[in-house]
Design a protein around this ligand. Structure first.
Ligand code: GUN
Length: 301
């Protein structure tokens, strides 16, 4: 039987409706309008599109959005100084630096410069550490979105064999942690595969839930999965252009062959992508709520 399609577009829409109410409440009860600053260094077209989508989503929800576009030659010192100003700006509750950064800028130093209370990406070591320990923190948007997709689609994770392909700091490692935790969406047995994994197919074929975050188009084919698997495709690969100049996107999963065996699958586009953006909005609203009336004291959990 062909797979159920898990629509990230639809689920993100439900979350946006809840957020609209929260944003109205924040304004009414506390006089606070959530604010997100996005920083883009350089002119990578894909990064430009992502930042544009984040800005647009803020606008649609009534979140104040401040976009900072910087030339590729910007020095690390200047970038750190801009982050410092945003950390101190009471109108800004979330600070996001779009990755990747140009090579001459040290990504870790930049992430560490963001106030952990404004780190709506959940990349700061303070938030990463708290997440590992199961404490309240900002959870990175893509893994958080994947968890919501699974929870809202009533997919059983407890005791499930989850196989993640890809070990990035943004997706693979955080989703591994989240799905191990003793709470809804967790309690899974998790395996993580990567470029040095000896027999990828051996692992993918065991998966009850397969999360593909590889960054290479159509890497997972139908003959690599078992019947009834739930497949979450994190890949957004630009594989060509339409005659009108629009990008043609492909996931990391060969959708056509895998959907014939899967119980459920996310499409690309319209799967994980919209969830990443809405979880960023959710983290920004949470940052505004937690830091209302405060500047930048360390938030206790
Ligand atoms: N680049 C790719 N994904 C992300 C993300 O979730 N946040 C940031 N800041 N940069 C990214």
């Amino acid at each position: 039987m062909p797979a159920k399609i898990i629509s990230g577009t639809q689920i993100a829409g439900q979350i946006r409706e809840d957020l609209q109410k929260e944003i109205a409440g924040l304004k009414e009860k506390h006089g606070v309008i959530p604010g997100l600053a996005t920083i883009l260094v350089g002119d990578d077209p894909a990064s430009g599109i992502y930042v544009g989508q984040k800005e647009k989503s803020c606008r649609n929800l009534g979140i104040y959005s401040k976009r900072v576009d910087l030339p590729a030659e910007t020095s690390e010192k200047d970038l750190l100084s801009i982050i410092d100003k945003l950390n101190k700006d009471p109108q800004i509750h979330g600070v996001l630096v779009q990755l990747p950064l140009p090579e001459h800028i040290d990504e870790y130093s930049v992430i560490c410069a963001i106030d952990p209370d404004k780190d709506v990406d959940g990349f700061h070591p303070v938030n990463v550490g708290k997440m590992m320990l199961g404490k309240r923190c900002f959870i990175p948007c893509t893994p958080h979105g994947i968890l919501e997709l699974l929870l809202r689609s009533n997919i059983q994770t407890e005791g499930a064999e989850v196989v993640i392909v890809g070990r990035s700091n943004i997706v693979g490692k955080p989703i591994l942690n989240l799905m191990l935790q003793k709470r809804p969406g967790g309690n899974a047995t998790v395996t993580i595969c990567h470029t040095r994994t000896k027999n990828l197919e051996f692992h993918t074929k065991r998966a009850d839930i397969l999360i593909a975050a590889i960054g290479r188009p159509k890497t997972i084919s139908g003959d690599m999965v078992k019947e009834g698997v739930v497949v979450i495709d994190v890949g957004v690969n630009r594989v060509g252009k339409t005659p009108e100049g629009k990008s043609i996107l492909s996931g990391d999963v060969d959708f056509d062959s895998v959907k014939e065996k899967a119980a459920a699958i996310t499409p690309v586009p319209g799967g994980v992508g919209p969830m990443t953006i809405v979880m960023l909005m959710k983290n920004t609203v949470e940052a505004a709520f937690l830091n209302r009336g405060r500047k930048s004291e360390v938030r206790e959990q």
